[in-house]
Ligand binder design. Structure first.
Ligand SMILES: [Zn+2]
Length: 221
C-alpha cells in the first residue's frame, strides 16, 4: 500500500513555537509525532530553525544557527530535551504497527501491547501526565464519536491509525488537528478500523452535555 501523505499540518505559529522550544511539553510531543510522519513539516521546521537561528545571531552576535538551536534546547528540561529534540529526525521509517518514536517514552512501542482503559462503549483511553499537561491516547470504534466538546487550553491531536471526521474535515494517519480554547468539535471515527489518536492537552476537555460532564471526573479527562 502506498504511504499516505498527511493533509492537515502544523500551523505556522505552532511550528515556530516548536522550533523555539516554546511549546508546552504535551503539545510539543504531539507536534513531534506529526513531524515524524510528515516530510513536508520537517522541511518547514528546518526553515523555521534557520530563521530563528538567524534572528538569534543578530541579537547575540553568535555566528552560527546551530549555536542558536543549542541555546534553544538548553532551555528545555533534560529528559524532555533528548526525547523531543531528535525524535522527529530519528524516523525515516514509518512503521504502521509501531507507535511513532516521540510517543515511546510514554506509551511504549507497539500498538498490540497497549493497556487500554474503558471509557464508554467502543471507546478506550490511556493517559500519561507530562509537565503542565496531559497526553491522551484514545481508541474509538468505527462509527462512534466523542461528545461535542471544547477545551480549557490548547489541544493538538494526531491520528495514528484509522480516521475520523469532524467539523474541520477528514483526518487520517499522520494528520494533525489544532484546536484553540474557542473551538468545539465532535469527532466521529470513520468506517473500517478503530481510530487511534494521540492528543496533547494543556487544559482539560470541556463537554457540553451534563451527562458527559458528570462522567468526566471518573475518567480524569
Ligand atoms: Zn505536516
Amino acid at each position: 500500500m502506498q504511504a499516505m501523505t498527511p493533509r492537515h499540518h502544523l500551523g505556522e505559529a505552532t511550528l515556530l513555537s516548536y522550533a523555539a522550544g516554546a511549546l508546552p511539553v504535551a503539545l510539543a510531543i504531539v507536534a513531534a509525532t506529526h513531524l515524524s510522519l510528515c516530510a513536508s513539516c520537517r522541511r518547514q521546521l528546518r526553515l523555521a530553525e534557520r530563521i530563528g537561528g538567524g534572528l538569534m545571531a543578530l541579537q547575540t552576535g553568535a555566528p552560527s544557527p546551530a549555536g542558536a538551536r543549542e541555546a534553544m534546547l538548553a532551555r528545555l528540561d533534560e529528559p524532555f530535551r533528548t526525547r523531543v529534540a531528535d525524535a522527529h529526525e530519528a524516523l525515516p521509517i514509518d512503521d504502521p504497527h509501531a507507535l511513532p518514536v516521540p510517543l515511546h517514552p510514554y506509551f511504549g512501542r507497539a500498538f498490540d501491547a497497549l493497556h487500554w482503559r474503558w471509557m464508554a462503549p467502543g471507546m478506550y483511553y490511556i493517559r500519561a501526565r507530562v509537565d503542565r499537561g496531559t497526553l491522551l491516547l484514545i481508541r474509538i470504534a468505527p462509527g462512534k464519536g466523542l461528545p461535542r466538546h471544547g477545551h480549557h487550553g490548547d489541544e493538538l491531536t494526531c491520528v495514528l491509525q484509522g480516521a475520523y471526521d469532524d467539523e474541520f474535515g477528514h483526518f487520517r494517519r499522520g494528520d494533525l488537528a489544532e484546536l484553540g480554547s474557542e473551538e468545539r468539535h465532535k469527532p466521529v471515527s470513520a468506517a473500517g478500523v478503530p481510530c487511534i489518536c494521540v492528543g496533547g492537552l494543556t487544559g482539560g476537555l470541556r463537554y457540553e452535555s451534563r451527562l458527559a460532564r458528570a462522567a468526566q471526573p471518573l475518567f480524569g479527562l
